[in-house]
Each structure stands twice: as structure tokens, then as C-alpha cells.
Design a protein. Structure first.
Length: 325
């Protein structure tokens, strides 16, 4: 059953933003609700971006909305089921056994944008797991024809594992996920969370109930869902619209905190992103960001300024925004 608007737009937890809830969908663990956040720009526009967050993540990057609003684009962020604003007490945080659940969430948001919000030019902006979701939606989502461009910020296109583990351990855990979906697997490193939050070594304040510094437990059912999505990407997608893939210039694999984590992707292997991005479609542009972190827009000020410059230049080239030169 398609999701629909449950209520009118109301003030969001972020000042100046609004939210509404999409409901009417059920999953094996119970009713599903998906929260859609918006901040419309100050000029009349029918162009918008739909932001899709990553794993152990939710939308809090108000400066990202500032960039898009400054480019005369309305900003929306979909909070995927069991994440952030969309988490409910009966759900395991950030858990899924099928990536298509997230494509349904994106489709519900696109329906709202095309219908009641009157958007006729749409950019999908996905980060990490949200980048994987955005790519798959642009490839085979029900309303993929409504997507005019895709910006992927460090997309999660493959597991960051040694080759031997990808060949042996990952398929075994994926197979186990079909029968024992709640089997715990080793947790994520705490170092990435330490690099972001202002209470640790970062500069960002966000709700650690929705984005814990140590992350959420990882289960075999989730790994199976991601493994199958990665296999789909490896076979090749056919995204028809322009795609910009941006990633850090290098990766690092720290065991504990060090200043080096502030200038590298410590979540994904950027070699995987470089290898798989050309498989997304015929109109892919790739851009490596020196000193970039995994979430490029949370990098140091100088670095994220370059991110936004590269993004703006690309949007001008594809005709998404007008040049201000």
C-alpha cells in the first residue's frame, strides 16, 4: 500500500525547517512511518533536491540546505524508516532486510514533491548508504523518470573489507542473514563518530540518540540486504540522468583516534568508489576531494568549500542552476 501524508507540515526540531509524516505502510516488524523534512527557498521555484542520509545517520546538516536554498532550490530530506525522526519504539534502529524498503520511502517522498509541492526538476543527493539508495532509485525506482540528476557523496557501493573477506566471510554472513537475520556481527569503529561530534574531536552538534557516536548494532539481515544491493551495482546500472560522484582523495584504517582521521575516508575504501562508479550509467562525473572525510560536507571548512564549489560548477554544467558569474 502506498504511503500518504498523515498530517500537515509542522515545525521541525531544526529551527526554520518543517516536517510532515508519511504513513500507511506496514513491514514485518509493524507499522512504518517516514518523516519528510523541508525548507523551501525564498524565491518562486519548481526545482528541488531530495537528500537521503546514510547508515547511523539522519538529516542535521543545515549548511547543506543553505547551499541549495542559495542556489534557488527547495530543500527536502527524507528520513528513511527506522532512522532518525522516523524511528519508532517497536523497531530495531537502522535495520532492514531489503534495500527496496528504502526505495519505497524515496518513492513516497518523490510523490509528495511532484504532487503537493509542485516540483518539476529534482536532484537526488545521497550520502553513503543513502548514495546506494539514490543510485538504485535512479536506476529502477518507480518514478525514476522524475529524477533529473544525482549527486552521490561517498556512496556505499561495496563493503570496506579485505579481498579475502569479501570472497569468503561476506557471502557466508549474507547467507546466514537469510535464516538468522538478527545475528549480531562486529560493530562499527567508534573513531568515525569521534571525528564528527563536538563533544569529541569534531565541530558538529547532533542528536546522539539518532546518531550515536558508537553507532547502532549491526545484524546479519542488514548485511544481507546491503550485500545484495552491492551485487546489483557490480552488475551495472543504467541511470539515464547526469550523475556526480564525489569522494575523499584517500582512505585510512585507524584503530584509534589520530588527527589523520580528519582528512581521509575512514568508513569506505575510496578505491571501491572509483572502481564501481563508472558502472552506474553513461553520464557519470567523478571528483576526488583532497583532505575530504567520509561525509564530505562535514569536512573542515576549507575542504567543504571546495565540495560546494565543485557541486555548484557541475549543477551549472548540467543546467540545474544558473551561473552567477
Amino acid at each position: 500500500m502506498p504511503m500518504k501524508l498523515q498530517s500537515a507540515w509542522t515545525p521541525d526540531v531544526l529551527p526554520g525547517f518543517e516536517q510532515t509524516t508519511l504513513t500507511g505502510c506496514s513491514a514485518p516488524d509493524g507499522p512504518v512511518e517516514v518523516v519528510l523534512v523541508r525548507r523551501r527557498c525564498s524565491v518562486a521555484s519548481t526545482q528541488a533536491v531530495l537528500y537521503i542520509h546514510g547508515y547511523v545517520d539522519y538529516f542535521f546538516q543545515t549548511h547543506l540546505a543553505d547551499f541549495y536554498n542559495g542556489a534557488d532550490m527547495h530543500f527536502y530530506a527524507v528520513e528513511l524508516r527506522r532512522h532518525g525522526r522516523s524511528m519508532r519504539q517497536h523497531q530495531l534502529p537502522n535495520y532492514t532486510t531489503d534495500i527496496d524498503e528504502y526505495l519505497q520511502d524515496v518513492d513516497a517522498a518523490v510523490t509528495v514533491l511532484r504532487g503537493t509541492e509542485h516540483i518539476d526538476w529534482l536532484l537526488l543527493n545521497g550520502h553513503s548508504t543513502g548514495g546506494l539508495v539514490a543510485a538504485l532509485y535512479a536506476h529502477r525506482g518507480q518514478q525514476r523518470a522524475a529524477v533529473n540528476a544525482v549527486f552521490l557523496n561517498s556512496p556505499f557501493l561495496d563493503m570496506n573489507l579485505p579481498a579475502w573477506q569479501q570472497r569468503t566471510l561476506e557471502p557466508i554472513l549474507s547467507a546466514l542473514g537469510a535464516f538468522f537475520p538478527h545475528l549480531p556481527i562486529p560493530d562499527m569503529s567508534v573513531v568515525y563518530g569521534q571525528s564528527l561530534h563536538a563533544s569529541q574531536h569534531g565541530e558538529w552538534y547532533y542528536d546522539t540518540r539518532w546518531k550515536p557516536i558508537k553507532g547502532f548494532p549491526v545484524y546479519a539481515g542488514w548485511l544481507r540486504a546491503i550485500h545484495r544491493a552491492h551485487a546489483e551495482v557490480a552488475q551495472g546500472l543504467a541511470i539515464a540522468c547526469p550523475v556526480l560522484v564525489m569522494h575523499a582523495a584517500r582512505s585510512a584504517w585507524p584503530k584509534q583516534w589520530s588527527p589523520d582521521v580528519m582528512s581521509a575516508d575512514i568508513v569506505l575504501d575510496v578505491a571501491d568508489i572509483r572502481r564501481l562508479s563508472p558502472k552506474l550509467g553513461p553520464h557519470v562525473v567523478m571528483c576526488a576531494i583532497a583532505d575530504g572525510m567520509h561525509e564530505l560536507t562535514l569536512s573542515t571548512l576549507k575542504t567543504r568549500e571546495r565540495v560546494f564549489k565543485e557541486l555548484r560548477d557541475w549543477l551549472v554544467v548540467i543546467g540545474g542552476i544558473q551561473s552567477k558569474d
